[in-house]
Ligand binder design. Structure first.
Ligand SMILES: Cc1cc2nc3c(=O)[nH]c(=O)nc-3n(C[C@H](O)[C@H](O)[C@H](O)COP(=O)(O)OP(=O)(O)OC[C@H]3O[C@@H](n4cnc5c(N)ncnc54)[C@H](O)[C@@H]3O)c2cc1C
Length: 148
């Protein structure tokens, strides 16, 4: 390796002390860091990039402005079908049940979502029986990372 001190010279280093070190810079890492911080831990995040998270356009939340026939159960069935039945059903049931709370949490910290009147505007993503993709005006991923 070549550095300012020549081949194999010492790299610049900074010593950081923390109770919890979160590796990664996507939405999962940022949410984990927030949770650790809320539990009273001093948190350091270590990452070289934000992974796929800046690409996030929208996320699926059943029954927030879409088709009245939609439901968490319909969302689960869509995910099972998309995953060819290989999914972990309890995990996707938990995901489907928790998405309204996740939406509320993101709004509470300042992530803006597009609305049509009093309802959320929703996009119809591939694999979804009903339109249920809520989205932000300037991209959900960048906005969520910024606010987290
Ligand atoms: C083009 C594209 C569009 C997408 N659109 C959507 C969408 O609209 N809606 C949706 O719900 N999902 C979408 N997804 C999927 C979504 O982006 C991911 O599911 C989500 O961002 C995953 O978040 P994450 O924090 O787990 O991972 P990531 O955001 O990928 O973060 C992983 C982190 O781990 C770090 N890392 C990886 N390996 C190591 C290592 N060995 N050591 C240290 N750090 C490491 C990376 O640098 C990164 O910081 C899309 C994905 C892509 C690629």
């Amino acid at each position: 390796m070549t550095g300012p001190d020549g081949p194999a010279g010492p790299l610049a280093a900074e010593v950081v002390t923390a109770d919890v070190v979160v590796l990664g810079g996507g939405v999962a890492a940022h949410r984990a860091a927030v949770a650790a911080g809320e539990a009273g831990a001093g948190v350091a995040m270590v990452y070289a990039g934000s992974g796929a998270s800046p690409k996030l356009i929208c996320f699926n939340v059943p029954v927030v402005g879409g088709d009245p026939r939609d439901s968490p159960a319909a969302y689960v069935e869509d995910m099972l079908r998309g995953g060819c039945g290989l999914n972990d059903r309890p995990l996707i049931e938990a995901l489907a049940a928790d998405t309204p709370a996740a939406l509320a949490e993101l709004e509470a910290i300042g992530v803006e979502f597009v609305r049509r009147g009093s309802a959320y505007a929703v996009r119809h993503l591939g694999g979804s029986t009903y339109p249920r993709g809520v989205f932000s005006p300037d991209g959900l991923g960048p906005s969520a990372i910024r606010q987290l």
